[in-house]
Ligand binder design. Sequence first.
Ligand SMILES: [Zn+2]
Ligand SMILES: [Zn+2]
Length: 159
Amino acid sequence: MSEESKEPATGVEHEVGHEADVLVNQTGRCLCGAISFTAKQVDSGMHACHCSNCRRWTGGPAIAANASDVVFEGAAYLSVYQSSDWGERGFCRKCGSSLFFRLQGSNGYILNHGSFDNPDLLKIVGEIYIDEKPSSYDFQGDQPKQTGEEFLASMGVST
Ligand SMILES: [Zn+2]
Ligand SMILES: [Zn+2]
C-alpha cells in the first residue's frame, strides 16, 4: 500500500509547477445579492494589486483570485466597464459592488476576494504594481512583489 496509489483528494487539485491549490465550485455574490456566481476553478493563491485603477475601483488595493468556468446569476444587473486597452471590470449596477477584472476577450476572470462566500480558503501569494502603492499602508508577509512593468511582461501584455 504505497502513498502513490491513493486517489487525489476531492475538492482540491494540484497543478504541476503551480504553488497554490485550485479550489473547485466556489460561490460568491455582490453586496445586494442581485448577482451571484459559481466558479468551477479558483486559484487559492491571490494577488493584491496596488495600481491606481484598482484603488479607485474598489476603494482600496484589489485582492483577487484567478478563476475559470465562472457562471453568473442575475447577469442582467452586471455591467462591464472598459478600464484600459486590454482590461475590463465587472460590477453590479444595483449596489455598485466591484466583482471582477478580466482581459478583454478572455474567458478567465479575476474575482475580487471580498465577494467570495468562503474568503478564508484564499491567501495572498503576491503583490503587483508595487510601484503605485501609496505609503499609507503595507501588507504583512514576504510574498513576491512586482512593479506594473514586471507584471505586464510576465503576463505577455505589451504596453
Ligand atoms: Zn448588487
Ligand atoms: Zn490593479
